[in-house]
Design a protein around this ligand. Sequence first.
Ligand code: AMP
Length: 508
Amino acid sequence: MISRTSHLLLIGRAGLHRGRTAIVDSQGSFTYDDLLDASSRVAAVLLAGRETLEEERVAFLVTPAFPWVAVQWGIWRASGVAVPLPLNSPRAELEYFVEDTKASTLVFDALAEALLTPIAAARGMRALSCDQVLAGQAAELPDITSERRAMILYTSGTTSRPKGVVTTHANIAAQVMSLVGAWEWSADDRILLCLPLHHVHGIVNVVSCALWSGATCEMLPRFDANAVWDRIAGGRVTLFMAVPTVYVKLIAAWDQSSPERRAALSQACSKLRLMVSGSAALPVSTLERWKEISGHTLLERYGMTEIGMALSNPVRGERVPGSVGTPLPTVEVQLVGEDGRLVVPGTSGEIEVRGPSVFAEYWGKPDASRDAFRDGWFRTGDTAVVENGMYRILGRTNIDILKTGGHKVSALEIEEALRQHPAITECAVVGIPDPEWGERVAAAVVLKDGDALDLQSLRAWAKELLAPHKLPSRFLVLDELPRNAMGKTMKPAVSALFQAVLGNEPVA
Ligand code: AMP
């Protein structure tokens, strides 16, 4: 069914929340009226007298704050497709995104201007500063149907260049409504954003859900552990969502605080109603430590750029450590074996997802878009198992499911066990090709300051926790794990480190 944007989607709903505070950033507080007004001016400048942008791509590089949302909504209101670019990207990557989307226009704030103006000039693109677009005069705006393409987000490809994931307004609305219901969002909520805004986690789960609900989104320009703690200590934040590495950094900052501040910070956490973790596996040790510090059992959920969120532990009821819960409202999930059939309960399989929140296509890649689906189900490339009715993620099928000596083992499971070693703070397990074993289990670890560990003693220790074929036979100590902007461990980079290290002889 075709529905008019003004009646259905985020922007239409903002009219219900007039007068309420939508966004708080370093420049002040902005109401929903401010957002409607600013985004209509952005739309008018983008339209420049035309009736509609007709799904023209508008790429923008703006620091998370009120102007970011005004620009995103302005693009939507002009019927453009929003392409949020990552901050801190190298120029070559930005050029790839701009060229792949064939964007007609680039919008940037003062910080990004020097980087983006030459990129736009070299391609004859329209280049507009935030100040310019925000200073427009309101104009007649087009009606937009919910089937229109709304956004392109790039996912990091492991073997190929990143693919642009296209979502329609209807997809985004479905992603938002599913979470607003399941996580009990209300207009009284106030969420702190500390995530980057080129990824579904920050854009949909935090900003869009808040603005859909009439809640307030307090925005930090970037993650800073002490700034996050200060906002939590302020006592007004009710919701917090982050990736596991953010919680690890918050724990470290708490550990380094004075006893008085620790007590105050822990006390302040009681003002929040919900704290969520996702976008990567949450180590059980982090969940447990966070509970000691904050009193909160983190709600872990599973999702992906292509599907929004699919599985979640409950807001009310038991949250099982190491599990990602059950399907969210309107999301259908099934586990499928290598033969393409549903697996027997208790057996692992690839997660397939269906429902209105699933993306429309990979931008400009009809073959990849077709191959990503089987009988209408999106093939996530993640493997999971259902235990006691709850899903447990075993990892990316092609990266984290290792095949060694005829066994299939989950890198995530081995990592969970190794993190229990007293000297290990972080670890990443990968499979290294091996003529005898198919793949060898290789563990890269980060050690606590002053600690030492070698492969033999790690294996001797791990025998209590892991079956012999799951014990690492290659080992590397690193100062830190290679991570992307979302804090996810980049497994291909870990594999490359193993390949590059000389003298890293396997243990028979
Ligand atoms: P992205 O598209 O960047 O959000 O990455 C999605 C991928 O992150 C998924 O395909 C999973 O491999 C991983 N992921 C997301 N949430 C979780 C989770 N709770 N546990 C384990 N892996 C996760």
